[in-house]
Ligand binder design. Structure first.
Ligand code: ADP
Ligand code: MG
Ligand code: ZN
Length: 476
């Protein structure tokens, strides 16, 4: 039997507000344990939470960017459970009435557009962090993260493959970054995802029983864990077995998922409206103000790049995947108005370099001005495209300006015809056999001659002139 997979993602994005969601404690990462705490986020008796307005504003940005319907009235609820990282014994979250519902985003998969539904977006607080000592029966808790604001974005079960899940996740990360509401770092846990997955026979209208996968802290893990889980479920069904609804944990070392808890062991959270917090009322003025403040989003920017710069859809998609990369590109084009050429260098040399050094575009050792400067040197014929790559490497290593490097290393292209003729003469007289063969019809040897001249000039001869001179000389 042929199966198809059905996937829905629950994404938690940590919001980049300065202070926590219900108190004034700092959200800054990396402080000594338990220094960013107060009676409110430590859950002392008798204290009252006060909602951080910025958290609502950031959530509204996300809701508008993902085409959600905004609930004019939403509520906070208590999600009750006991765990040492949760000092109050409950997490404040939104349950029955989230801030936003019924949205969608578009993803592109194999050049096809696909719309993925967003069920809901709600606000909640993060829990603390436990550290377990492997040598002793001892665990430590840090409450700095307790009360840091999160939004949870729940998708409809619209995704049909691990690749689609990856594309959706990337699209959402790109959106939160464009909106400057979350830094989108999966490895550091500021952008986390649980994946729900089931399979069903192709053609079937009903969904199969799903497993919820946890501990997916990179794009690679999400796709690998889904792939593993789909195969596991297919094997069970093909053997006549039944998939059970459960939460499974991904082990990146073992490349497999293992059962964490079944549906029977699932928590009963005993949700109820938090009596300490009023219903949240959002009026049209507030929504309109947030709307006006929204930046250009990745999809809009992509379309603009295609229309304004005549880039291919793939190039535009890649360049707009991150706001910083798109800005880098645009800044370069401003200084060197040949978009295709800039695109080639940004996507090729620059991204190659950044990937190799595991750097982000913001950490690029090559500034937009210097990259544009390099392209101008090629354009003016001062250096060849080949030499430009050497110059680029030097720029990357030293952060120095291309003009300086070219001057110091004497890399200026030789365009002086008589100088090139001199080298050509030397090469031809050093290789009489090849010259003979060429004249007898072995014209493939042209490449050999060009190579020799380039070698002799250490790549500096203008290849076009070299070709012309060689042709002229070899005919006679
Ligand atoms: P819970 O509250 O138990 O996590 P939800 O109904 O909120 O359950 O669903 C959570 C996620 O699971 C959503 O993203 C949804 O799209 C997805 N989902 C629901 N049913 C299925 C299914 N049969 N197969 C795959 N994903 C599913
Ligand atoms: Mg869930
Ligand atoms: Zn606090």
């Amino acid at each position: 039997m042929e199966f198809e997979s059905v996937i829905g993602l629950e994404i938690h994005a940590q919001l980049k507000t300065k202070t926590k969601i219900f108190c004034g404690c700092s959200t800054k990462f990396g402080a000594p344990p338990n220094t960013h705490t107060c009676p409110v986020c430590l859950g002392m008796p008798g204290v009252l939470p006060v909602l951080n307005k910025k958290v609502v504003e950031y959530s509204l940005r996300m809701a508008l960017a993902t085409n959600c319907k905004i609930n004019r009235q939403s509520r906070f609820a208590r999600k009750n459970y006991f765990y040492p990282d949760l000092p109050k014994g409950y997490q404040i979250s939104q349950y029955e009435l989230p801030i936003a519902e019924n949205g969608h985003v578009d993803i592109e998969i194999n050049s096809h557009k696909k719309r993925i539904g967003i069920t809901r977006i709600h606000m909640e607080e993060d829990a603390g962090k436990l550290t377990h000592n492997p040598d002793r029966p001892l665990s430590m808790v840090d409450f700095n993260r307790t009360g840091v604001p999160l939004i949870e974005i729940v998708s409809e079960p619209d995704l049909r493959s691990p690749e689609e899940a990856g594309a959706y996740l990337r699209q959402l990360r790109s959106i939160v970054r464009y909106l400057s509401i979350c830094d989108g770092n999966m490895e550091e846990g500021s952008f986390r995802c649980d994946a729900n997955v089931s399979i069903r026979p192709i053609g079937s209208e009903t969904f199969g029983t799903r497993a919820e996968l946890k501990n997916l802290n990179s794009f690679k893990h999400v796709e690998k864990a889904l792939q593993y889980e789909i195969t596991r479920q297919k094997e069970i069904l093909s053997d006549g077995g039944e998939v059970i609804q459960e939460t499974r944990l991904w082990s990146p070392d073992k490349n497999r998922t293992t059962s964490m808890r079944s549906k029977e062991e699932a928590h009963d959270y005993r949700y109820f409206p938090d009596p300490d917090l009023l219903p949240l009322v959002i009026d049209d003025t507030w929504i309109n103000n947030v709307k006006k403040s929204l930046p250009e989003l990745p999809d809009e920017r992509k379309i603009r790049f295609i229309n304004k710069f005549f880039l291919s859809s793939n190039d535009a998609e890649a360049l707009t995947s991150s706001r910083e990369l798109a800005e880098y590109f645009e800044e370069c084009v401003k200084q060197f108005p040949n978009p295709k050429q800039v695109c080639n260098w940004v996507m090729g040399e620059l991204l190659g370099l950044l990937n190799a050094e595991e750097k982000t575009i913001n950490e690029s050792p090559v500034s937009t001005g210097d990259l544009a400067g390099l392209l101008k040197l090629i354009d003016k014929g001062v250096i060849s495209g080949k030499i430009a790559k050497t110059v680029f490497e030097e720029m990357a290593k030293t952060g120095r300006a291309p003009e300086k490097i070219v001057k110091e290393k004497q890399l200026v292209q030789v365009t002086d015809v008589s100088a090139i003729e001199e080298v050509v003469s030397k090469i031809l007289s050093n290789n009489p056999k090849e010259v003979e063969a060429y004249k007898n019809g072995k014209t493939k040897l042209m490449g050999f001659f060009v190579g020799q001249v380039m070698k002799e000039t250490r790549g500096k001869a203008n290849p076009k002139i070299v070709n012309e001179v060689l042709k002229k000389r070899l005919i006679n």
